[in-house]
Design a protein around this ligand. Structure first.
Ligand code: PEP
Ligand code: MG
Length: 551
């Protein structure tokens, strides 16, 4: 038995085999084998079917435009999909444990070489067609792989680190837990793990070596340990920890239906942070008061291309309708920094956290912003929806966004499409600039929501992604807490509410400080709602003070 020590970033425990995530399945890399033949065979069969369908449609379009001869090329390509030599070569390679991508590349090479060696110009042209078909299959295979990162059985997923776009595409039904060499508690991957209730440990370092692939392990998100080849004593500890957790859960379940109030009756509604419409069931299960933050960019991260207005509208409407009149705050696209998307073709930046991200990107791409705003306002007709703008640093940005909102509403009105013209527009306070401008921003915003993750990063000059900076990345730092006071005072002076949606909101020890500051709402991972409610109901506001701001 070996114990690896890291940092627990999402609570809970799990037992299962380690599975190392391979970021790239390029033909070259997969040449070393080690793939599951059944899985790869299925992927290739799906890609072949999809290619045949595409070619059929192309042949139809070409025939309509140019007659039978126009369709001939695509029909020939469709026949190549069934080429016996190519299919036999690919199947043999997959049976040996190679990836579908590698099998396609090798099969195309073999068949092209056969055709080229004949010396016939006609067959030489056929070799180009073979490559064309192979390229089509590769595209479809990479698309299928990108769509969902799946696993043969339930696993403890291991990786150097996972990007947000990878995390959102994991087949969650088969992830028992997540273990990473790098990573940090405030990275979006850790935040997602907490939202999904998946136990996770980060910062395990080089000891989490790929040679451990397939080994049995126990992971504890509470202690930050990964125990390899657990013995009976370790299994007993796991069972005890699961039993303890179950009994805590039972205690917290008794909080369902109770108010979010202190002992002396001061209300502090506890809402939830979500990343996709599927997370709404966890919100309802944990009796969240509403949704204080829907990180809409995960719709974009899960997609192969810009999600269209209708796709977004359905997602937002689904959430608004499921919450049945409870408030749903949807944040506009917050892409950039650690959340990169290939189809945005963003220029590489030296310091992406300080770069073209969030609202800056939306203002630079008005068409894309308009699509999202139209979808949001359309959904506003189906529930109690509010819109939140990320990374605001100046009043002019808020004004430009308001103008974009007005334009989207005017378009919908002209088209006779229903929307709620009183939909509230809020500002995320997550930069020191927004804190300093809070009095001016509060005059033009309908509400504030403090993003303590980024506010900590930008205040303390400390990369939230960076493993090993834990002693420095401290959201309880007085420099952060004092800014909460500046923002809260500005909001209340202007008569607008202020909530907290960063991870700090889930810290029960900070409840007295939040109450003393007059914070109006907290928004946390669904699994944190009931423990926080239990803690809140034991507090007396007379005992609350701002002493933490002075330390
Ligand atoms: C924050 O910065 O605190 C926040 C809520 O947004 P995100 O974590 O998505 O950047
Ligand atoms: Mg943020």
């Amino acid at each position: 038995m070996t114990v690896l020590q890291g940092h627990g970033v999402s609570q809970g425990a799990a037992h299962g085999p380690l599975y190392f995530f391979r970021r790239s399945a390029s033909p070259q890399e997969a040449a070393h084998g080690g793939c599951d033949p059944e899985e790869e065979g299925k992927r290739l069969a799906c890609a072949r079917d999809a290619a045949a369908q595409e070619l059929l449609e192309l042949a139809g379009t070409a025939e309509a435009a140019a007659g039978k001869s126009g369709a001939a090329l695509f029909e020939a390509h469709a026949m190549l999909l069934e080429d016996e030599d190519a299919v036999a070569t690919a199947d043999a390679l997959i049976a040996q444990g190679h990836s579908a991508e590698y099998a396609v590349a090798q099969a195309a090479k073999t068949v092209s070489a056969l055709l080229s060696n004949t010396g016939s110009p006609e067959l030489l042209a056929r070799a180009a067609d073979v490559q064309d078909v192979a390229d089509r299959l590769q595209r479809l295979l990479s698309g299928a792989r990108e769509a969902l990162l799946s696993f043969p059985h339930p696993v403890i997923l291991c990786a150097e680190d996972l990007s947000p776009s990878e995390t959102i595409r994991l087949d969650k039904r088969r992830i028992l837990a997540i273990a990473t060499r790098g990573g940090s508690a405030s990275s979006h991957t850790a935040i997602l793990a907490r939202t999904l209730g998946i136990p996770a440990v980060c910062g395990l370092g080089g000891a989490l070596d790929e040679s451990l692939h397939g080994r049995e392990a126990v992971l504890s998100g509470d202690t930050g340990q990964l125990i390899l080849d657990p013995d009976q004593a370790a299994m007993r500890i796991l069972e005890e920890s699961l039993a303890r957790r179950a009994s805590h859960q039972a205690k917290y379940r008794s909080m369902i239906g109770l108010d979010d109030r202190t002992l002396d009756g001061r209300p502090l509604p506890i809402c939830c942070n979500i990343a996709s419409p599927e997370d709404v069931s966890a919100v309802l299960h944990n009796d969240g008061r509403g949704i204080g933050l829907f990180r809409s960019e995960f719709l974009y991260l899960a997609s192969q291309d810009y999600p269209q207005e209708d796709v977004q509208f359905h997602a937002y409407r689904q959430v608004a309708a499921a919450m049945d009149g409870k408030r749903v705050v949807i944040r506009t696209l917050d892409i950039g920094a650690d959340k990169q998307i290939d189809y945005f073709h963003l220029h590489p930046e030296e310091n992406p956290a300080l770069g073209m991200r969030a609202v800056r990107l939306c203002l630079a791409q008005p068409q894309m912003f308009n699509t999202q705003l139209r979808a949001l306002y359309r959904a506003s007709a189906y529930g109690n929806l509010a819109i939140l703008l990320p990374m605001i640093t100046s009043v002019w940005e808020l004004q430009a966004c308001r103008q974009a909102c007005r334009r989207a509403m005017e378009e919908l009105a002209e088209q006779g499409i229903p929307f709620n013209p009183d939909t509230q527009l809020g500002v995320t306070i997550e930069t020191p600039a927004a804190v300093m401008m809070a009095p001016e921003l509060a005059r033009e915003a309908d509400f504030f929501s403090v993003g303590t993750n980024d506010l900590t990063q930008y205040t303390l000059a400390c990369d939230r992604q960076c493993a090993g900076l834990e002693p420095y990345f401290n959201p309880r730092h007085p420099a952060v807490l004092r800014q909460l006071k500046l923002a809260a005072d500005a909001a209340h002076q202007a008569g607008i509410p202020i909530g907290i949606c960063g991870e700090l909101a889930a810290d029960p020890d900070l409840l007295p400080t939040f109450l003393a500051l007059g914070i109006d709402e907290l928004s946390v991972a669904p699994s944190s709602v009931l423990p926080l409610r239990a803690a809140l109901r034991e507090i007396n506001t007379a005992d609350c003070d701002l002493r933490l701001l002075a330390e």
